[in-house]
Structure formats: C-alpha cells, structure tokens
Design a protein around this ligand. Sequence first.
Ligand SMILES: *[C@@H]1O[C@H](CO)[C@@H](O)[C@H](O)[C@H]1NC(C)=O
Ligand SMILES: *[C@@H]1O[C@H](CO)[C@@H](O)[C@H](O)[C@H]1NC(C)=O
Ligand SMILES: *[C@@H]1O[C@H](CO)[C@@H](O)[C@H](O)[C@H]1NC(C)=O
Length: 735
Amino acid sequence: MTLHAFALLAAAVLAGAEPSCKVPRAEPSGSAAWAAAHASAAAAVAKMSQQDKVNMVTGVGWDKGPCVGNTPAIGSINYPQLCLQDGPLGIRFGTGITAFTPGVQAASTWDTELIRQRGAYLGAEAKGCGIHVLLGPVAGALGKIPQAGRNWEGFGADPYLAGIAMAETVEGIQGAGVQACAKHYIVNEQELNRETMSSNVDDRTMHELYLWPFADAVHSNVASVMCSYNKINGTWACENDHVQNGLLKKELGFQGYVVTDWNAQHSTNAAAINGLDMTMPGSDYNGRNVLWGPQLNNAVNGGQVPKSRLDDMAKRILASWYLLGQNSGYPGINIRANVQGNHKENVRAVARDGIVLLKNDGGMLPLKKPAKMALVGSAAVVNPQGMNACVDKGCNTGALGMGWGSGSVNYPYFVAPYDALKTRAQSDGTTLSLQSSDSTNGVANVVSGADAAIVVITADSGEGYITVEGNVGDRQNLEPWHNGNQLVQAVAAANKNTIVVVHSVGPVILETILATPGVRAVVWAGLPSQENGNALVDILYGLTSPSGKLVYTIAKRAEDYGTAVVRGDDNFSEGLFVDYRHFDKANIEPRYEFGFGLSYTNFTYAAITITSTATSGPATGATIPGGAADLWEDVATVTAVITNSGSVAGAEVAQLYLTLPSSSAPSATPPKQLRGFAKLKLAAGARGTATFNLRRRDLSYWDSARQQWVVPAGRFGVSVGASSRDVRLTGSIEV
Ligand SMILES: *[C@@H]1O[C@H](CO)[C@@H](O)[C@H](O)[C@H]1NC(C)=O
Ligand SMILES: *[C@@H]1O[C@H](CO)[C@@H](O)[C@H](O)[C@H]1NC(C)=O
Ligand SMILES: *[C@@H]1O[C@H](CO)[C@@H](O)[C@H](O)[C@H]1NC(C)=O
C-alpha cells in the first residue's frame, strides 16, 4: 500500500465508511496441499485391486443410489459410497434445504463477501446432507448468447467477473469440506443440439473468454471439473485430449478429476486415454450402455487403456477426497436432512443487493407510505398450484425465483411480491389492490387512482429437457412473457405512476415499456429465489438503496448482440466480441450497458492513483493450480476515492476497465475489458477507497503462436467508473 493510499484509507475510516468488501486473503497454498493429498492417494491406490479402481471411476448406474451420482464403497481403503448431487444453487431433491439465489443474481451484487458466504452455506448444507461432491458452480455457459437457456446458473457474461465469483464460490463450498465441481467444461453455450453440436473455437478466444473462469476455479483448488455434452472442434468434450489433458491438466495444472456430465460419455477407450476420470451416472437413463465398468476392465486387461491411466484416475479422485478431509468424520448420506440454519439471510441479502434499478423518473422510488397502491401480474403471487408444483421448476406460473432444469431445487417456502407488499401495506395503512392475472381487460379499474401501480413481468428459461410455453430450454426471443408489454401499456394508460418489476433469467428488450408514458420506474429484480417479495420490498421502500449492477448488456434490439442460438455447429465467429466487448467494438448504443445500475443516492469519483511494477513479455512461472504462478501475482494497483454525495446510505460498485496498448496488442482486442471491481458501502456523506489489484493475467493477452500469456509493451488505458460506459476517472499504466 502506498503512503498516499494509506492516508486516503485513514481518511475514509474517519469519515465513517464501512471497510471495502475486498478482504485480503492468503493465496491458497494449492501445490503443497495437493501434494500431500496425492501422497495419501498414492498410498491408498497401492492397496486397491483393479476392480476397486474400476468401481471408483464408474457410477453405479442411473437411479440406483441415494444421490444423482453414486460410486460404490471400497472396503479395503475405508472409502465410502461417494455421493454427487446437483447443484449450483442448493441441494436438488432436498426437503430441509435452502433455495439459494441463482448464480446470476449473486454476480449482480458484485459483492464478494455475499458470494463467498453463499458458497460457504451451500457447502454447509451439502455436508449436512452427507454429499461429497456438489455439482457447481457454473462458468459454462458463460452467456455469449442472451437467449441461451442456462445462462442464469452462471455468473454473467464477463469472464473476469465470472472468474472472481467462481473462486469465491469454490473456496466457500470447499471451505465447508465439500468438493466443488466447476462445470460445464467447456463452450457449452446453448441448449439447442447441445448433445450433438460442435463448438469450434479459436485458441485465443478459448483462453481469454471461456477458459478464464475455469482457471480461477482451478486456482482455488476446485476438486472436480465436469466435461460438457457438446463437441469441441469436432471431438466430444469428455474425450477431448486437447481440452482435458492439454488445457486443463497440463496448462492449468489441475490436480483433481474430470467427471462427465450425465450421460455425456461416448467411448470407453478414447475417454480414458484423453483425460476423463469418472463417468456418471455410469449408464444411460435406461440403465444400459455402460461404457466403463466391465468394459474398462477389459480395455485395461487388453492393453488398450494403460494401467497407469486407471491408477491416475483413482489417484485424482482419492486426492480430492483427501484434500477436503472427507476421509475423517464425514456425515452419512441423508438428502432429506434439515440443514437450513440461518441461510435464508444470505438469500435475502443476495436477492436484494442483486436488484438493479434501471429507471427512476422524478424520484418515484422509494415509496413513501402511499395511501393507495395496486399490484398487477400473474407473477405477483405464488403459483396457485403450489410453489413446487412443476417438476424441476418446469413452468413459468406465478412468481419467478429461478429458471428450470437440473440446476433448480424445491423451495422450502416462497415469499411472493404480494405476500411481502401486503404485510408492508398493512403496517403503513396503505390500501393495496391486486390483480393476479396478466389480463388487460379491466386492469384499468384495479390501478386507476392508485398512488403507485406495480406491474410484475417475467422471462424464463432453463435446461432443454423441459419445454415451457414453447421454449425448449433456450428462449425463443428476448420479449417479456405473457404479453408483458401489453400488460404494462394497459396499466400505464390508467396510471401515470407505474413501476415495472422484471423477474428475468437474462436480458429482455425493454423498448416498448420505456416508450410507454406513465412508466416511471423499472426495477430489474432478476431471480431472487425464495426471498422474492421480501427483497423487492426492501428496495421499493428504500430500506436498502439499490446497489446491483447489470452483469450483461440490455440491448435495444435482439439483433444488436451479434450472437444468437445456432442451428448446427457454432463457429464462434464473433471471437472475443461478446456482450459489451461487441457493443463497444461495433459502436452500438445499448439501452442499459454492462455494469449499469442506479441507486437512491449519488456517488462521486476522485483522486485516482496508479502504481505498477508490471513488465512486458510472457508469463514464465512454474505451473501451479491455475497456470503459470506469475500470472496470479499482483503487478499494479489502482485506487480511487468514492464519496456518497447524496442524502442516504448506499453502496457503489466501482469498476475498472483496461485498454491494452494498441501499439503492441493484437488488433482484434476488445476496446476495454473488466479487470477489477470493488463494492463500497458508504453512509451519506462518507467516502471510501476502492482498491483494484491487477494481476499479471489481467494485463495479458493469449499469444496463440507462442502459447503463452503475454503482457504487451506500451501504454495501458485505465478507466474507473460506475459502469462499462460511465467512466469517471482515467489514467494509464506504462509497461
Ligand atoms: C480448434 O481449432 C482452432 C482452429 O484450428 C484452433 O485455434 C483451436 O486451438 C482448436 N481448439 C481446440 C480446443 O481444439
Ligand atoms: C462453420 O464452419 C463450417 C466449416 O467452415 C461451415 O461448413 C459451417 O457452415 C459453419 N457454420 C456456421 C453456423 O456458420
Ligand atoms: C443526484 O445528483 C443529481 C444530479 O446531480 C440530482 O439531481 C439528484 O437530486 C441527486 N440525488 C440524490 C439522491 O442526491
């Protein structure tokens, strides 16, 4: 810390700022911990028969055990029946669990403490249920296609943000003693044809976008990685030598094991030789087509698969088990255990702080004890059939809290907008009228004369094995569902104080709504899970100032994204230019840019400082988990002083974007890329220091010819601001 920065921090503390959310942490001593785990694993492998090893790497078959994935116990080494269970936001099929917020909501908070706590609570619940491997977090899909069905499971459309969220989540889960599983590896960007298509990606794009967040997971010592359904350059992910052995195990130094997505294996020998370590569920969904088990035994006996490869699989699986300390005192499997604790507090905080305020004309919000209020929309109330009526959340009926598919869980309870607003209205003496349908007929009667008319609309998506209202996983378009535009128009025609609340899995085109007179506020409430209504009330009434920021761009037109669901193979011809990288390069004005979000207060930015020890050239360090060790070293620090100049407490997500030197970076480099963020919670009038630590990798591009990360020489542009387009401070780093 420079003396200057120290002085500013001291001033910030004096002014009453809460400390910055970025808590310094010791680097994970990955290599040493893995070395010890691998030594224990090697000793255990030496005691195992070949049959034991084959059992350890082969699931017992679909629907044959207590968990979605199971391997048999191995008595000779006191190894338990291993339990692998979905998923990224909680314990699938659990009955005493918390329905955590989806990844995209966690990312929208930009709050590393909340994201880490979410991970720790996920881990605690998994451990309480005796689950050894929790199947999450998700970094693929990254979200290059705004319509893609499963984007909401991950952390938004930027690899840097997704990488930080992956690291915090993996460390949270594994800190609780549970193996995390980074998935879906890799370039699994849409649902349509995911089990047949090939994603053909150039090497630089692979590294700088899609592999990037997986590198963070590996650096945080993730125990397992799940290979995806698709092909990469024509070869199935789970038998792709370059992707599994080359990129993951060699380049990133991954020490754990690769497990298939369910039924994503296509061969016995090629999968074994090319880097797969565990197959799940061990058969197809009819209990047939067992590709390992006896087949792998035969292949090893026949010499098609080397014995050393089978040993390596077992050793990697055991090393992860030892790494997490699961060899001692681990609870027995009980998916129905009550493990909720106080975890709903994290759900409410993430649901609330992930809400993004997009529009607030004339200070419509926060609400101030309105005398009369109206609430409209089928999404204002709990699904009348029941909060968990649709298997795997495969319907969009009633209030929306998460998308559908294997990455969903049952709600233990669900607070809909109406439930929470009714409680608040009663205590304020507000008359609240409700229309819990999306009908435009008669809605004018419900809303006319109200001091505020709140319309709740939605957009949903999920995994392709379920079709909802004609959407086969991916969304058919980026329009609101259930004629949301017409509903908003009908409400706003009768009430000039209309507030639109959007619960959505991803971007929605808002042009019709924004062009409707009477729409004074738009609250982007995302996917708030079980605390849907409570989080909304917190924001609508200003109990907390909104502090979420968009983790994807909201465009004016769907075509503006330059990417869409592909029929056939996807050549990734957009390269690095996805989301804001594309809008910036192509000079397209978004409606709301990546990183955007309003609050009930104002923040000013001042006093940028920049220190750097960065040197140009390639990273050359020894390989540690995550890649070359020097990639992870801090080489520059940028600080800025953020002041809450408004009249209420709030939190600001200050963002740092880097522009590589045009003189020496490759020409096809995005104009700017997110390389730092800091969320500061500030009382009215208080100021604090945002500190951005840039690692060598943050200044590097991937040089395909050299097969190295390279820091280009020249002048780097530093932009610090409130969004990707609201730059408040600039500076430069000379390298
Ligand atoms: C796919 O092919 C492209 C073009 O030949 C190459 O740059 C890239 O490294 C390949 N990627 C993988 C993962 O095989
Ligand atoms: C991808 O590239 C292949 C080979 O060049 C071509 O045949 C195919 O049409 C391309 N796919 C798309 C969706 O553009
Ligand atoms: C924020 O600043 C704008 C313009 O400078 C001003 O109109 C607005 O009242 C301020 N808001 C608050 C909450 O201080």
